[in-house]
Ligand binder design. Structure first.
Ligand code: GLA
Length: 360
């Protein structure tokens, strides 16, 4: 259960909030590092998430309270400074840039309380959940015509301009638009989504490896640059249009990055088909292939994540892979319905720092 952000707000600010909103985290089932290459992804919302409560003030400050971070105050018009308050600064800026004719009530000062039961910095989109919850709460006060896709794009803008991660649109899109217990196939080029029922007799287990992601922002942006470099050499707009037959024009790490994107896009399409046919075997084997490619070609895994996935294979778990950007954080497994808790215990026998995040 998530703690109430209204209670936290009232305790800390000694006042009632004007607006409260929730956004869930997500797990990406397959298709990582493809979204900023205009490719395919298949995430699903988690039952965990982030709740925010807000109120306008006239202090010229952002005042924030979370259960996690210590920073509580920043001038509303100051530059991003690397603290979590940048999310609030960003949300206000991008919202009012998009809707310049609304009352702009929150531009003069804002109080925000945030509660979460989602692990942060772990590959389950705590950033996107915070961005979307903030934008939803602001919009409850300003009442503008905010479609789900616009909401997702504003959240992505916060990430690009205030946080510094040049992310794709997957996280913000599934957090804004995803439906619980449905996988969301997302063609990022045409911005088309299809919701699909999950397996009838299999479930997804999401586990935290116990290691936080390290250096993930700079390495993430570096991977994105490498993909752009590879596209230039191949003379294509982006790696969505790359083919295996073009790979001989590339060498070294650019070849590996492009090979991951081409093969991962194929796997997502195969998994779309497998899910529609309730074929968990194929889906699971593509998850393992995806992990192998993320580890060897895209080089975003870690020894710990690789060992966890190796163990899952030994245990004959149907599928397993790291999920999200990588460099530590969470893994997702496909396993028979109602077997997740048992599987988790088996895994934890070897990896003491594992924790169970969610079962979908
Ligand atoms: C992060 C980004 C997403 C996506 C994944 C990797 O979660 O926010 O846009 O690129 O990494 O698939």
């Amino acid at each position: 259960m998530i703690n109430s952000s209204i209670d936290l707000f009232e305790d800390f600010f000694r006042n009632e909030p004007e607006s409260t909103a929730f956004a869930s985290g997500r797990v990406n089932l397959i298709g990582d590092h493809t979204d900023y290459n205009s490719g395919f992804v298949m995430p699903t919302p988690l039952s965990l998430g982030i709740e925010v409560s807000i109120r306008k003030t006239r202090t010229g400050f952002i005042e924030g309270k979370t259960e996690l971070f210590k920073e509580t105050k920043s001038e509303i018009n100051s530059n991003a400074d690397g603290t979590w308050l940048d999310f609030i600064k960003g949300a206000i800026k991008v919202f009012y840039e998009e809707f310049p004719n609304c009352s702009k009530k929150l531009e003069e000062g804002i109080q925000v309380a945030v509660t979460s039961n989602l692990p942060s910095g772990s590959g389950v989109s705590s950033s996107a959940a915070l961005e979307i919850a903030l934008l939803r709460a602001i919009n409850k006060i300003e009442n503008q015509n905010l479609s789900e896709i616009k909401l997702a794009k504003l959240a992505q803008k916060i990430e690009h301009k205030f946080i510094g991660t040049l992310c794709g649109l997957m996280d913000q899109m599934v957090v804004a638009k995803g439906i619980m217990n449905k996988a969301m196939f997302f063609d990022t080029k045409y911005e088309k989504t299809v919701n699909l029922s999950l397996f009838s007799n299999f479930e997804f287990l999401i586990v935290h490896s116990g290691s936080q992601r390290s250096l993930s922002r700079s390495l993430y942006n570096e991977r994105r640059n490498e993909c752009e470099e590879a596209s230039k050499i191949l003379n294509i707009e982006n790696l969505r249009d790359a083919k295996f037959t073009m790979l001989d024009k590339l060498g070294g790490k650019l070849l590996k990055r492009a090979r991951h994107v081409i093969s991962e896009n194929e796997r997502v399409q195969i998994c779309l088909n497998a899910l529609q046919k309730n074929d968990n075997r194929t889906f699971g084997s593509k998850m393992y292939e995806s992990h192998h490619s993320l580890s060897n070609d895209y080089e975003v895994s870690s020894e710990l994540l690789d060992n966890i996935i190796k163990k899952a294979k030994l245990l004959n778990i149907t599928g397993g892979r790291l999920t999200g950007a990588g460099f530590g954080g969470c893994c997702v497994f496909l396993t028979e319905k109602n077997s997740s808790k048992k599987i988790f215990k088996f895994l934890r026998a070897d990896f003491k720092n594992l924790s169970l995040v969610d079962i979908i």
